[in-house]
Unconditional design. Structure first.
Length: 374
């Protein structure tokens, strides 16, 4: 409906009108041979009626077929992909891209999206209204971009899909499942290396979902998780996708992160993990995408390879530069290394600092347990 009418709000209203008409007519006339086509055709003409009654003209009406066959087949997957690219257009603010994707593609209510953004429903609704208005006024096309523009646009889409996945990591597993579904759709229709890498990364992380938290909701660190409960079928699929992405040209940060996740997933235990290869992958990832967060993850891997004092020195260097001071995970990682070195007072201070910055309840409970242990 959005593709035919070029307007999000008008499409929603038209579809509501079509459903109302179906409730009234189908019990009398019988269910059409192709219900989807019937709803789309009816909704489109309901929208034209709305616009004519409001004394407005339909933009591009001449380009829209006047009759839609009851047997016409609609490529729902292709339309959904167009919708993803529309919601993730670079002209929109990044927050609006994620909010629009959650609302229009993932089907969350405005209240659910607002909760994910830690804001109120009216505030979030206004954000979505502004985004829809910009799509309409800027005539942002409802399409998958042409090949020359695909790289830039695909990167934005992959970023938003991964944000959706991370949004559900602790509290909304259904968001993670939805992100994986979108990832599969992207790989099916646009089998680019980084799309494949992102799908692998999400599958490998999601394979550990059942062991991430206790029944009481406390986060379980990777080294303490019961690996026997990991989803081996999903890990096998993720590893195969990593190999596929690495074997193609143009792979980047998502594929490298997926390769790291694959090494964790295939290791029988934390000590038996190939930390040498993981550090090497972080070296490559850091060159491809310089980031203090990647530096932090590399420091944690070096601590496992060479000893906690080496990792601690690298973490302190990041903090000395003034970076990540408000990032709870750097203080939690520093506290963990201090604990392993037997420097208990300093470890307690670092855990307390991390706790003050932590929002997610599963992480807070783990840090509180570490403090009690000390």
């Amino acid at each position: 409906m959005i593709r035919l009418l070029g307007d999000f709000d008008l499409a929603e209203e038209a579809l509501q009108d079509a459903f109302a008409a179906a409730v009234e007519r189908w019990p009398v006339d019988g269910t059409p041979a192709n219900p989807r086509s019937w709803l789309i055709s009816t909704g489109r003409f309901k929208a034209i009626d709305r616009l004519r009654k409001g004394r407005r003209e339909v933009a591009g009406e001449a380009d829209v077929p006047q009759e839609l066959s009851d047997t016409e087949d609609y490529d729902v997957a292709d339309d959904r992909l167009r919708l993803i690219f529309t919601c993730c257009h670079p002209a929109l603010h990044p927050d609006a891209q994620v909010a629009m994707t959650l609302r229009e593609v993932c089907g969350l209510t405005t209240e659910e999206v607002a909760a994910a953004f830690l804001t109120t429903a009216p505030t979030l609704a206004q954000r979505i209204v502004r985004a829809k208005a910009k799509i309409r006024d800027a005539r942002i096309p409802y399409e998958v971009p042409e090949r020359p523009d695909l790289a830039e646009r695909l990167a934005t889409v992959l970023h938003v899909v991964y944000l959706v996945f991370n949004q559900g990591y602790f509290t909304r597993p259904d968001l993670g499942i939805e992100a994986i579904r979108l990832g599969r759709l992207l790989v099916e229709l646009l089998p680019e290396a980084e799309a494949i890498g992102l799908l692998a990364l999400m599958l490998l992380h999601d394979a550990r979902r059942a062991t991430r938290t206790t029944t009481a909701g406390e986060l379980i660190p990777l080294e303490e998780q019961d690996r026997a409960q990991w989803d081996r079928r999903q890990i096998k699929e993720g590893v195969a996708l990593v190999e596929r992405a690495l074997g193609s040209r143009g792979f980047g940060p998502y594929t490298l992160q997926a390769a790291i996740a694959a090494l964790h997933a295939e290791a029988p235990s934390s000590p038996a993990t190939d930390w040498v290869q993981i550090v090497g992958l972080y070296d490559v990832l850091l060159r491809a995408e310089p980031s203090p967060v990647i530096e932090l993850n590399r420091a944690a891997a070096i601590a496992m390879r060479d000893g906690p004092e080496h990792g601690l020195r690298l973490i302190d260097a990041i903090l000395a530069r003034g970076e990540l001071r408000e990032y709870h995970l750097i203080h939690a990682a520093r506290a963990d290394l201090l604990r392993r070195l037997g420097r208990k007072p300093e470890a307690r201070d670092a855990y307390a600092h991390a706790l003050a910055l932590t929002v997610e309840e599963p992480e807070r409970r783990l840090i509180e347990r570490r403090l009690q242990e000390l």
